[in-house]
Design a protein around this ligand. Sequence first.
Ligand SMILES: [Zn+2]
Length: 522
Amino acid sequence: MIGVLATLASNHAAQLVLAALRRSVTFTQARLISLASLETNEYSIIVAISPTETFGEQLLDWLSNGKRKLILFGNVPLCLEKSLGFERTEWPADAINWSRSKPAALYSFSESTGVIQYGDLAKMLAASNWRRPMERFDFMEEWNNLGYGAIRMDASIWSIAAPLKVQLKDELASLNIGKQSKLSYAALFNLKDASVLWFNREVGPIDSFEWRLVEEFIANFRHQDLPCYPIVLEIPWGHDAAVTMRLDCDEDVESARPLWAAYQSLGVPFSLAVHTLNLSDVGQRPILRELVACGESVLSHTATHAPNWGGSYSAALIEGQLSKEVLEEVTGVQIKYAVSPFHQTPSYALEALSDAGYSGCIGGIIRNDPEFLLARGGELAYMPVGFIGHSQQVMLHGDCLLGQGDALQIYKDAFRLAHQTKALFGYLDHPFSVRYQYGWRDEDVRINAHTELISFIRSSAVNPVFLSQNDAMDFIGSKAAITVVKSDETFTIQMQLPKSLLTPSIEFKKQLFKAVSGLELQ
Ligand SMILES: [Zn+2]
């Protein structure tokens, strides 16, 4: 069992980190624990969030009392500072200048000058020379098409926590401003019978591809001498990449036909999320029936596309209920999933969707609601079991193509990152309307760009699977329903009836296993 340890002051971060852990190791293998639980010997991996001095001293005892892994997120107490070789330094001045990005110009992108740079030690956790700015935009100050959230400098749980430096031999990543390293952002300490992974942020990397480092640490690292836990991947068994796409129908539905035809000829599933005010024009309805007849997905994109789902739980409930009713009447099938308008996903909207009978929500954007930027799809903090979320921040628009060099470079990089870090890759576009073409010159240019991205995916992955949005979400739901139970040294996989035709895969001690009920791992 993995224990998450935090004082009341860090409880919100702890809830988010616990949910992120459960999306990787399953619901049953991680829980919040009390300080006194450290003495029970039940926990061989602890995730501690900004531990106090008292917590730090007990963690040091626990570390020296068996084979252990400690994951530290946030600030570090003096006792751990001393024993692991941290040094306090000064905060770099003018954080507002280096931690924030300007809005992106058309056909370009924008990044903060403050950058997290990973070094060679990160290769021990299967990371290459990763580099990620603290904040980055591909469209205005809204979208980061590389998919990750922002590292802030505002003393929040999303902020760098403390002006700490570790010894170079232990440093996984540093905060660089220009070419200069100013602080340490992540570190790996290897002791004789224990390892410690540290991120200088209370939520660690829960909103980024960098979460893969945590999974590596838990599932694979030092598997011959330290405890490991199985993780459930969001790439189905038999594949090395998984991809899903959709169009968000904000202003038109029927105009999706040419792109749908292109996807049919490519043999790639196609999904529409529909803002149902469009359907008051009955001429916008036939494509939805045809899509459903072909096994494609239709999702809700709310009733009125209101900012922040109308601003309250009750407004969001009506948005969810009305759009579900209309879409179910038009298509004759159950509508299970919703896509957030403007990708705004406040917590009351998730509660309303769950109460309206939805099984999950798609959103996730660097601009707002950082809690909904999820490195892995699955169940959410503070939400009931059986409701899932998935972040899909990659917006394939004409005005986000690069004006210089390879126009699709960012999208290819986004897929490469997802592929390398075993993330289900989701991207979106919008159907043209009379008013707006989302930066695409015409449908041919758009179809060529989509076709080129799909060709790139097919040439860079060995066996990618392309999923409709419903199949992708059903798969995430079935992955979330897996539980792992540990008895003595054996982990047993337990699965409920599969909701998905795809089989999840389990990674444990550098090996992959097909997830079947009763599978035992040691
Ligand atoms: Zn929209």
